[in-house]
Design a protein around this ligand. Structure first.
Ligand SMILES: [Zn+2]
Length: 255
């Protein structure tokens, strides 16, 4: 068995996008499940297995629910940025987008200290996004889909680099559970299969065997789904996986 690192990541959107779009109280309440039940369940699970994770948080969510974010921080997890109100960044002008990133960075930084990374809401970047966040001092991004292992991303027209932790729709709970209504057994099989493949595949250096999973507290936090995630964690531990926040791995890539 090859060494493999697992980054369990959680996007704390709560009801931000529903509020921004002016949606109805039921849709808003679905997002609020993240705060009421999802995050507490995730924190309990991670604590049980002594795992530290990265939570991508919207600035608006941190303003509205500072205690929830404080609970995440107190358990030793990493806070990274995820827009202010879950904006579609490709619809914003450069100046508008800069304000979104700087405002969010200020809010999250006041709670968590220096913020090191970013994930785009909806995995939609503008042509400016990665330049703006690298200029702000962020060192990693987790929004692109051009690889299945982390790599150094050279920021255009800038001497700066980011470490990219690529993502994929099949490694995202929202798509499988909410869009495709897959049963937990099917989601488990997809996620386990990719984990096995990353651990075994021959075209990957050992230092690059990193499995990045994206979950949302409003989605994975439902009882039968969090039980499935626990089963997956137990399986990965049985295969000697090491669990990590993103930033410590990004630092190794930048050495
Ligand atoms: Zn999101």
């Amino acid at each position: 068995m090859n060494d493999i690192s697992v980054c369990l990541t959680f996007d704390v959107d709560a009801e931000s996008s529903q509020v921004r779009k002016g949606e109805d109280p039921v849709k808003i309440s679905k997002g609020q499940f993240a705060i009421q039940r999802g995050v507490p369940r995730i924190l309990d699970l991670l604590k049980k297995y002594n795992i530290r994770s990265t939570f991508f948080v919207c600035g608006w969510v941190a303003e509205k629910y500072p205690e929830t974010i404080q609970n995440i921080i107190s358990d030793g997890h990493e806070i990274a940025a995820h827009g202010y109100l879950h904006e579609e960044l490709d619809t914003l002008e450069f100046n508008e987008e800069t304000i979104v990133h700087e405002h969010t960075n200020q809010i999250l930084g006041d709670l968590a200290g220096k913020i090191r990374g970013f994930r785009a809401p909806y995995w939609k970047l503008s042509k400016y996004t990665l330049t703006i966040i690298s200029e702000m001092g962020y060192v990693f991004d987790s929004s692109l889909m051009d690889e299945d292992r982390p790599y150094i991303y050279s920021v255009p027209e800038s001497p700066k680099n980011l470490v990219e932790f690529p993502v994929e729709w099949y490694l995202d709970d929202w798509i499988l559970f909410e869009h495709h209504q897959q049963p937990a057994t099917a989601v488990f099989e997809i996620w386990k299969s990719q984990f096995d493949a990353i651990q075994e595949i021959k075209d990957m250096e050992d230092s690059r065997r990193v499995y990045t999973l994206t979950c949302h507290p409003a989605c994975i936090g439902h009882a039968y789904r969090i039980q499935m995630l626990e089963r997956l964690i137990r399986y990965m531990k049985s295969k000697q996986a090491t669990f990590s926040k993103i930033h410590p791995i990004a630092v190794e890539y930048l050495l």
